[in-house]
Design a protein around this ligand. Sequence first.
Ligand SMILES: [Zn+2]
Length: 101
Amino acid sequence: MARTRPETGRLVEVVRTCVGCRQRADKTTLVRVVAVQESTTVVVTPDLHGTLPGRGAHLHPTARCLELATRRKAFGRALRVEGPLDLSALSAVVEDPGPTD
Ligand SMILES: [Zn+2]
């Protein structure tokens, strides 16, 4: 989906690829995440207001896409970071997957 920016008449691309399921989706249905370095850990931080600087990745805010992205180590690739990733902040904004046992 795209919309026209009135002042320029140019099409604005608002489709992003989910790093979990790899499907393209309207940006507004995805949550943007950025990597925030905290001592030795990289915290994958949800950018809920679109204000955090740096390289971002996009994900459906669902447990399934979070799991897919985690399993594929997609965050490290998409955010160009290495080492342990703290996904707790992101998990907190993702749909509750329900009981896992
Ligand atoms: Zn997805």
